[in-house]
Design a protein around this ligand. Structure first.
Ligand SMILES: C[S@@+](CC[C@H](N)C(=O)[O-])C[C@H]1O[C@@H](n2cnc3c(N)ncnc32)[C@H](O)[C@@H]1O
Length: 235
C-alpha cells in the first residue's frame, strides 16, 4: 500500500473490513470526525452543479441520501453497501419527489460508463481506498463531460509530523471507540488507520490531478488531518 494505491490482497482485505463496518458506519464516522462530517458533506453538495452526478464509493449512502434535485448515479464495489444505500437513498428521494438514483457495482478504476456521461463526479472518504488512484482519476476524466468538476474529500496529511499525530488519533482514540461499539478487539476499523497511514499529502494529489490533465486544480484543508477537499475540472 502506498500513496498511489495498493495490491489486490490488501484491497480485498480492506473490502471485507469495510463490509463489516456497515451497521456502525455512520455512528463511528460521526465520532471520528467530531461531528464535523455533516458540514463537510454540505460543502460538497453546495458545489455540485445541475445535471447528472456520479458518486464514486457511495458506501452505505450517507452522502447520497442528501443529494437533492439531481440525477444521481452511485457506484461502489461492495454489493452489501449498494443494497444498504439503495434502500436508504431511494426512500429519501421518493419522499422528496426526486426520481430514483441508479446503483452500479464497479470500481473507480473500471467504470462501466460511456465517455462524457456526467456533469459532476464526487467521492467522499473513498479515494483513500482506491487500489489505483491514477487509473481511477483517469476514468473520472474520461466519463466527465468537458469543463465539469470532480470533487474529492479525504483525510490527507499536511506533512510527516502531522501524519504521525493523525495515526495516533486514529489508532488510540477512534480505535478504542470502534472496539467498544463493535464489541471486538479485532474490529474492522483498524483498516482506517492503515489506509490513513499510507495516504499521501494534499499536495501529492494536487500534482496527480494536474499530471493527468485536470484543469483548475485546487485543494483546501477543511479540517487538519481529517478532511481535505480537492476540486478540479475536466478540460
Ligand atoms: C468509507 S466508505 C465512504 C462512504 C460514503 N461516500 C461517505 O461519504 O461516507 C468508502 C467506500 O469506497 C468504496 N471503495 C473502495 N475501493 C473502491 C474503488 N476502487 N472504487 C470505488 N469505490 C471504492 C468502498 O467499497 C466503500 O463503500
Amino acid at each position: 500500500m502506498d500513496v498511489e494505491g495498493m495490491g489486490s490482497e490488501d484491497w480485498e482485505e480492506l473490502q471485507r473490513n469495510l463490509t463489516e463496518t456497515i451497521p456502525v458506519y455512520d455512528r463511528i464516522n460521526r465520532f471520528a470526525t467530531l461531528g464535523q462530517v455533516s458540514r463537510w458533506r454540505r460543502i460538497v453538495r453546495d458545489l455540485l452543479p445541475e445535471g447528472k452526478v456520479l458518486e464514486v464509493g457511495c458506501g452505505p449512502g450517507s452522502f447520497a441520501e442528501e443529494v437533492v434535485g439531481k440525477e444521481l448515479v452511485c457506484l461502489d464495489p461492495i454489493p452489501e453497501m449498494l443494497t444498504t444505500a439503495e434502500k436508504r437513498v431511494n426512500q429519501a428521494r421518493k419522499e422528496r419527489g426526486d426520481p430514483p438514483a441508479v446503483f452500479i457495482q464497479s470500481t473507480a478504476e473500471d467504470m462501466p460508463f460511456e465517455d462524457d456521461s456526467f456533469d459532476a463526479i464526487c467521492s467522499l472518504f473513498s479515494f483513500r481506498d482506491w487500489y489505483d488512484k491514477k487509473k481511477g482519476l483517469s476514468e473520472c476524466l474520461r466519463v466527465l463531460k468537458p469543463n465539469s468538476p470532480v470533487i474529492i474529500v479525504d483525510p490527507a496529511k499536511i506533512n510527516r509530523v502531522h501524519g504521525i499525530l493523525g495515526v495516533l488519533w486514529m489508532r488510540t482514540w477512534v480505535g478504542a471507540y470502534a472496539r467498544i461499539v463493535c464489541g471486538q478487539r479485532n474490529h474492522p476499523w483498524k483498516w482506517l488507520t492503515k489506509t490513513y497511514s499510507e495516504f499521501g499529502t494534499t499536495r501529492d494529489y494536487v500534482s496527480m490531478l494536474k499530471d493527468l490533465g485536470f484543469t483548475d486544480v485546487r485543494a483546501r484543508v477543511i479540517f487538519p488531518g481529517m478532511a481535505t477537499i480537492w476540486f478540479a475540472r475536466s478540460p
